[in-house]
Ligand binder design. Structure first.
Ligand code: SAM
Length: 223
């Protein structure tokens, strides 16, 4: 059951000093000027966040994970990294939550610059497609919390899911595919298949991967 974890009623209720004590040393010192910018949805064991943490040391980032034990593991992993590398990994944290229900409780409109969906659960059967973390309806929410110019990164080893995620993104008016050239210059793209535990497993088994990386664009109705 996912009914036993606390959820902020709105984003400003989220306690930044608890998650990023080095950035917000005293309670209530979060003046709202620095906010989480990257969200790793279904972060699993946190490999991507750990890599991103040192690549973007001044950007606050969070993993959202449904499984309690996995979330606890990631918490411990971050605390251990902070302890053995003073001053580092202070910008990364994790929260146990159901991302399909609570994204707008955590992030304001246009707050995020990057969202990650790495190797999400495939939910093969047609009747279970509504459980997929990328869907036309959920893309509306992701478009809401992403800033114009922000990027959504997805990757999977399940071809059918890769085709699905791509077609949802292609069909959404607020997302646009990023050109191959731009993708090649983005250091984050290389991490998609290498940084997470699931990605490493797929690579060890020689599996193929399917990625879709899209930019949040402005609505053509807004001007
Ligand atoms: N992204 C990680 C990786 O690449 O190693 C984990 C991939 S794993 C196959 C999918 C993860 O998504 C699981 O850890 C699962 O618990 C999590 N998950 C599934 N549904 C979720 C939801 N609604 N909210 C948050 N996490 C979810």
């Amino acid at each position: 059951s996912d009914s036993h974890f606390p959820v902020p009623i709105f984003p400003s209720q989220f306690d930044y000093s608890l998650h990023y004590p080095q950035f917000f040393p005293l309670p209530d010192r979060s003046d709202g000027s620095k906010k989480i910018e990257f969200a790793d949805i279904g972060c699993g064991f946190g490999g991507l966040l750990i890599s991103l943490s040192t690549l973007f040391p001044n950007t606050l980032m969070i993993g959202m994970e449904l499984r309690d034990k996995v979330t606890e593991y990631v918490k411990e992993r971050i605390l251990a990294l902070r302890a053995s590398n003073p001053g580092q990994y202070e910008n990364v944290s994790v929260v146990r939550t159901n991302s399909m229900k609570y994204i707008p409780n955590y992030f304001e409109k246009g707050q995020l610059t990057k969202m990650f969906f790495l190797f999400p659960d495939p939910h093969f059967k047609e009747k279970n497609h509504r459980r997929r973390v990328i869907s036309p309806h959920l893309l509306d929410e992701y478009a809401y919390v992403l800033r114009v110019g922000g990027i959504i990164y997805t990757i999977t080893d399940v071809e059918e899911l890769g085709v699905w995620m791509k077609s949802c993104l292609d069909g959404h008016p607020l997302f646009e595919a990023i050109s191959q050239e731009v993708l090649e210059a983005d250091p984050v793209v290389k991490l998609l298949s290498t940084a997470t535990e699931e990605g490493q497993k797929v690579a060890r088994n020689g599996g193929q991967t399917f990625q879709a990386v899209y930019r949040r664009i402005a609505s053509s109705f807004s001007h």
